[in-house]
Design a protein around this ligand. Sequence first.
Ligand code: UGA
Ligand code: MN
Length: 378
Amino acid sequence: MNGVAVHSALVCTETHNAICNIHNEATGKDLFISALNLYTSLNHQQVIMRMRLKLKTVFVLYFIVSLLGLIYALMQLGQRCDCRDHAMSKDQQISQLRGELQKLQEHIKTSELSKKTDVPRIYVITPTYARLVQKAELTRLSHTFLHVPQLHWIVVEDAPQPTSLVTDFLAASGLTYTHLYKRTPKDRKLQEGDPSWLKPRGAEQRNEGLRWLREMGAAAKGKEAAALEEAVVYFADDDNTYSLQLFEEMRYTYRVSVWPVGLVGGMKFERPVVEDGKVVRFHTGWRPNRPFPIDMAGFAVSLRLILTNPQARFDGDAQMGFLESSFLQHLVTMDDLEPKADLCTKVLVWHTRTEKPKMKREDALQKQGLGSDPDVEV
Ligand code: UGA
Ligand code: MN
């Protein structure tokens, strides 16, 4: 066929199965051939050619990959091994294993607890206000709370009415919650540029949470009233960091339980100092003689105590550092405090503060009408 193809004039009457007349100039003869046969035969050759090409490519690739593997293996031969395990002394290994064991025990404790519904309820009151990081803070907080059994979150917005951001956020949170709001009056609110310590923050909102608890307490009957007798109240700001263990420490509180708070008051930690099981003073860098020199994150109060002392509330006009005392002094004396977290030797909560995000580029783009889409919730 090859010779024919080179020297022939191919004339087909129709495509496909038509008869073709091939005139071979070398022999001067005409050759009649089915077009389909010719087509199939040409195609067959093309397929063989392509397969050869593919096989060749596969071999080349295989060769390159093997070569790379070999080079990598040779390079590894020269590396130093991580021999820390061998170098570690027996004592170090024992203390490492002890640490792992403790972690596992804590894990078992919390996972067993998560199945329990008959443990005292924890009411957490959180004041919150609109700002760029609000949703991020609430997200972080809600993920902690989702791990805590029997937790009821009372979120109090510093706003004239509930915002859609917080409303939608809570509805999707998977937590048991109550959504309240109370605006801080203008004369009590920090203004742009004020130092953060100038006025107390969150006081009105915590009082609103207490009002709701007292109203609910007054209406409760039977089993629900009995459950409230055992419950505990904790004031959790929206920006702090809370370990899960903290909630198990506070869960059984008779009056007021206390523990250390990390990264607060210009110190690594502040804490109640415990002697013979009793709080005798406070380790703090500033005005240790305040009635209760303790951060909001460092105590929890039994709901029974709050319900039986309706006058106990936060003073929105309190001097700097006296907000916690303004509430606690209605409820207990130092002698009554119940030290938790291994007699106040462990830090289980941190007074973290989130940096205000810089919006220099956003502001510049907004001036050109190119700012981020305001319909996207952040
Ligand atoms: C410290 C304490 O940790 C707070 O518990 C205490 O309320 C505050 O000092 C104070 O002395 O008033 P700090 O980090 O300085 O906290 O306060 P923020 O975290 O800014 O505010 C405390 C809470 O109030 C937060 O949950 C925050 O969302 C809320 N807040 C703040 C408002 O509801 N409205 C505001 O205008 C500002
Ligand atoms: Mn804070």
